[in-house]
Design a protein around this ligand. Structure first.
Ligand code: ZN
Ligand code: ZN
Length: 387
């Protein structure tokens, strides 16, 4: 029978002892197995995972390892369950938890910092100085589910209460999985200074973070918002999410187009979400003098950057990791107020047992897939929707 010291449960949400979980073996190899349902400790709850979205970072972790770090090293053959963009229902409370109630719908952000290092104290818990130190006798209490601790490609997971975001019951499971993606875009704009109303913003790369970056920038009052990319179907979604202009970089030079669209001087902010090899050099030419560039994606290989242009023009570069400073809560506020419809980027839903097929759709962009969601409960074991 499921129990732990001072853990509160409810007969309304019976919890099994064992659960289904996808486990990472060798690179690229996921196996469906069984694990004990984890037990929440102090400041933690048990979440029944109702839906989880697949992120490009999951594919990186499954195929190559980083940025996951399990027991200080690569995540392969360590009984590790990846997946980090999930939502669900609180079904058990650890000792002393009264911030959430059993039955409450929540979505999660990823990083629970150690809470005791300099960066955590500054709200920069995604840059925790004790990152990944959460095992054996180096346990600093840090968790980044799906990166340094077990994640969401399973039926239940423990989460620190600091990583929970309450959601209205009216928000669909699929939409709730996208809050953290919007939160990442929000964090990027926060780090650029946050005063975006009336400022010009370019988003490069219409992946999930880029598309929701457009939506968040527009909701914050940025004008104009310009989106650049290579796929017309994604640029079209960008327009629906609030882009004033879109530029297909296959048809015209992105830097020239951006400068032309904003009166020749360049824009105030660029949020770089493409990871293209020349993206930084393009971004520093899209911004005006004194402009700011947020780097939210990166290429596999190191690339040459025109430092002289950056220095001569007083350009600021920010590397951002994840979704710090409670940006996820601000993103959720926009979404629950229906300031934009994040579900425009969700293209497919599969059952949890069909995770390999779902990953195939996400990785190979089958059927123009953008965001692919996997649902644990109440979903038949086949593809259930696509549009
Ligand atoms: Zn992600
Ligand atoms: Zn920390």
């Amino acid at each position: 029978m499921y129990a732990g010291p001072e853990v509160k449960t409810s007969p309304d949400f019976p919890i099994p002892d064992q659960m289904k979980a996808w486990i990472l073996g060798n690179p690229g190899e996921l196996k469906l197995g069984e694990k004990p349902v984890p037990v929440p400790k102090r400041a933690e709850v048990l979440v029944r995972i109702d839906a989880v979205a697949i992120c490009a970072t999951d594919l990186e972790i499954i195929d190559r390892g980083p940025p996951a770090s399990i027991q200080g090293g690569l995540p392969f053959n360590k009984n590790f369950t990846p997946g980090h963009e999930y939502m669900g229902t609180v079904v058990a409370l650890g000792p002393g938890v009264d911030e959430y109630r059993i039955g409450q719908h929540i979505t999660v952000e990823i990083h629970a910092g150690c809470g005791q290092c300099k960066r955590c104290r500054e709200g920069m818990y995604t840059a925790c100085l004790n990152y990944g130190l959460n095992y054996g006798d180096v346990d600093k209490g840090h968790r980044a589910n799906g990166f340094t601790t077990d994640g969401g490609f399973c039926e239940y997971q423990v989460n620190n209460i600091n990583t929970l975001v309450a959601i209205p019951d009216a928000m669909s499971d699929e939409e709730a999985t996208l809050v953290v993606t919007a939160g990442t875009a929000m964090y990027g704009l926060t780090e650029l200074g946050g005063l975006v109303a009336g400022e010009s913003v370019v988003v490069t790369g219409p992946g999930p973070i880029g598309l929701l970056g457009v939506a968040v920038a527009k909701a914050m009052g940025a004008a104009p918002v310009i989106l650049t990319g290579t796929r017309d179907n994604r640029l079209k979604i960008g327009r629906e999410l609030g882009a004033d202009h879109v530029v297909n970089v296959r048809n015209e030079d992105a830097v020239e187009a951006v400068r032309r669209l904003n009166g020749g001087k360049g824009v105030d902010f660029v949020v770089e979400c493409s990871g293209a090899p020349n993206a930084v050099n393009d971004a520093i030419r899209m911004v005006n003098r004194g402009g700011k560039v947020c780097l939210a994606a990166f290429p596999q290989a190191a690339t040459a950057v025109d430092v002289a242009h950056i220095v001569r023009n007083n350009i600021y570069l920010y590397g951002i990791r994840g979704e710090g400073k409670s940006a996820t809560h601000r993103a959720e506020a926009f979404m629950s107020q229906k300031r934009f419809d994040a579900t425009k980027i969700r293209t497919h839903t599969f059952a949890l047992v069909d995770l390999p097929t779902a990953i195939h759709y996400a990785r190979d962009r089958v059927d123009d897939a953008i965001k692919v969601v996997v649902k644990a409960k109440g979903v038949a074991a086949h593809r259930v929707s696509a549009e």
